[in-house]
Write a protein that binds this ligand. Structure first.
Ligand SMILES: Nc1ncnc2c1ncn2[C@@H]1O[C@H](COP(=O)(O)OP(=O)(O)OP(=O)(O)O)[C@@H](O)[C@H]1O
Length: 585
């Protein structure tokens, strides 16, 4: 139960609802135990009339009154049972939502490394599957737990009071039922976990095949994919059948044990009635109803135990993530505005997971308002520089400063708000183009959205869509071409109007003319902004104030375009090659 203690704060939050719920259960149970008593009374009246005679109209009157009492008790019990569900189940839904929010908020705070170490499926499972399992503890388990305890505390003493020996006999099968249901619930849980795993394999497979349908069709792999699906689906069916087999025992087992208890009541009760220990037949009827009434709560003890165990395991997994500390720590809550000067001093950076040293002894300075271009082969560490500036990772060796102050001294929120980052792979949400651009600045007006799109040279393309800026983008923005996606992503950074603009190879999918137009617009709007352009193209770099060339994480050349074309080296070679390509066009 240690892991589940995390939920105590939520119980405190909703304590009044739970306390009221407890009293409602108590009232519902009191009315519920009255119904067998009234039923027994009715039989007793008839029996008395049959054995000792009497006034028939008085009997009818007695029966009518008891019938009304029985109906009243049953209705009130039903009404309070309804209220009980309203309290316990509703509270469990509240806590479920709170817990989901807590986990999601924590996910947002965790660093990129966390996402590398954990698979997306696992992250999703903890927020959906595991939280649902915990809810079963918060709702049904607690509700049936309280009901069972109250029922036992009221019914069993009453039964003992009415007929002690009979009670001892009829409750014998109940613990057996409880243990059997517990074992069965455990088995059901193990098998349903396997079914769940296969279901998740199946949905991952289906999702991937739909996302990659283009590749499947192009390589004519439909039948092979179908065979794979069928194989997976067959195993999944087998696992489902295994589960159904054990589930099928649940109700027969309950019915058998209820039957045994009923038989005991009739046999022992009948014998006791004959020898006069039990005064009237009504007691037997009353007991038959009690036994049936107790069966589900007794069975539920086993079921609840299994629910609590599952919830404990799920909460343990949730707690693991909740206790995870974000690697990137915000060291100050003070407001720390960013002006724009960036310096790297002997920065060496190694990725924890791959142990790849992506940057070695990197030093450079860009003044506010300047543009730096970073050129280099693939894997040379260009993106890593941008990620370090946005503090997506922290460096352990060397220093990065902004405005001559260590980057860690800036409030993380202030730092990231002053950066407009266009990642290498443009990611667009399944929303309208307008909302995707406004992601950079939620308060932007429609005119500002259009202005940003114009500067990113994507306005004309958007205007061609029937719904214009309201065009909804599909999963990962599939309705846009690669170059259009990149430019929408650039518009998103521009509309943010940040002090620092970081472009990670963001013009790779646009033609050189559009590239030139975008660069000219950027130059115009970012005279006071610090800009870093990562690129493979000379055309992107040539107008930058400074250029650095990276190779295997080291700066191998630096200077301006004019200086670098004169120096023998990577830049000059690239320049010549790209010049030739241009001439050949
Ligand atoms: N998140 C990461 N985790 C582990 N290793 C990484 C990570 N990102 C990059 N690397 C490694 O660090 C090195 C530098 O990568 P980086 O992405 O900075 O290069 P790049 O110059 O931007 O390459 P490209 O031009 O292909 O985008 C590569 O060897 C890469 O495999």
């Amino acid at each position: 139960m240690k892991e589940l203690q995390h939920l105590n704060k939520y119980f405190k939050k909703y304590k009044w609802k739970l306390i009221i719920g407890f009293f409602i259960v108590l009232i519902a149970r009191i009315f519920a135990i009255l119904t067998p008593k009234f039923s027994g009374d009715m039989i007793k009246y008839v029996e008395n009339y049959m054995t000792s005679g009497g006034d028939l109209s008085e009997l009818k009157h007695q029966l009518l009154i008891t019938l009304f009492l029985l109906l009243g008790a049953a209705l009130l019990s039903a009404f309070f049972t309804f209220l009980m569900r309203q309290m316990f189940i509703v509270v469990s839904r509240y806590i479920e939502a709170d817990l989901k929010n807590e986990v999601y908020e924590q996910y947002q705070n965790l660093s990129l490394n966390f996402y590398k170490k954990n698979r997306t499926g696992d992250l999703m499972n903890r927020i959906s599957e595991d939280v649902s399992k915990v809810r079963m503890y918060l709702g049904p388990a607690i509700m049936y737990g309280v009901t069972t305890v109250i029922l036992f505390a009221t019914v069993i003493p009453y039964m003992y009071y009415t007929a002690p020996t009979l009670t001892s006999y009829v409750i014998i099968p109940l613990p057996i039922l409880s243990v059997a249901i517990y074992q069965l619930s455990k088995l059901i849980h193990t098998r349903s976990t396997i079914v769940q795993q296969y279901l998740s394999h199946l949905s991952t497979f289906t999702q991937e095949s739909f996302s990659g349908i283009g590749v499947i069709k192009a390589y004519s792999l439909e039948s092979q994919t179908f065979d794979n699906f069928q194989e997976l689906s067959e195993t999944s069916k087998q696992k489902n059948l295994d589960l159904v087999k054990v589930q099928a025992f649940f109700f027969p087992l309950m019915i058998a044990l209820i039957g045994a208890s009923n038989l005991l009541v009739l046999y022992v009760g009948g014998k006791q009635y004959i020898d006069g220990t039990i005064p009237d037949l009504g007691v037997i009827v009353e007991f038959l109803i009690y036994v049936n009434m107790l069966t589900w709560p007794v069975a539920s003890v086993g079921w609840i135990t299994s629910l609590v165990q599952q919830a404990e395991a799920s909460q343990k997994r949730i707690n693991e993530f909740l206790q995870e500390k974000p690697e990137i720590v915000n060291y100050t809550d003070a407001h720390t505005p960013v002006d724009g000067k960036i310096s790297f001093n002997n920065v060496t950076f190694t990725y924890d997971d791959t142990n790849i040293t992506a940057l070695k002894n990197i030093s450079f300075t860009i003044e506010k308002g300047e543009t730096l271009a970073i050129i280099g082969k693939t894997g040379s560490g260009k993106s890593t520089i941008l990620e370090l500036i946005a503090r997506l990772y922290d460096t352990k060796e060397g220093h990065i400063s902004i405005d001559d102050k260590e980057i860690e001294k800036f409030n993380l929120k202030d730092l990231r708000t002053s950066i407009g980052y266009v990642p290498q792979e443009a990611f667009l949400f399944s929303d309208s183009i307008k909302e995707n651009i406004k992601f950079g600045n939620n308060y932007a007006t429609d005119e500002e959205v259009v202005e940003a799109a114009k500067n990113a040279v994507v306005d004309k393309n958007i205007a061609e869509f029937t719904k214009g800026y309201d065009t909804i983008l599909g999963e990962r923005g599939i309705t846009l071409s690669g170059g259009q996606k990149q430019r929408v992503s650039i518009a998103r950074a521009i509309i943010k109007d940040p002090q620092i603009l970081l472009f990670d190879d963001s013009l790779s999918a646009v033609d050189t003319e559009t590239e030139e137009e975008i660069l000219a617009n950027l130059k115009r709007i970012s005279t006071t902004k610090t800009t870093i352009l990562v690129s493979h193209r000379i055309s992107s770099a040539k107008n930058a104030d400074k250029i650095i060339i990276l190779e295997d994480g080291e700066i191998i050349q630096r200077g301006t375009h004019n200086e670098l074309v004169k120096q023998a080296g990577y830049y000059q070679e690239l320049y010549r090659k790209q010049l030739d390509e241009k001439e050949m066009e």
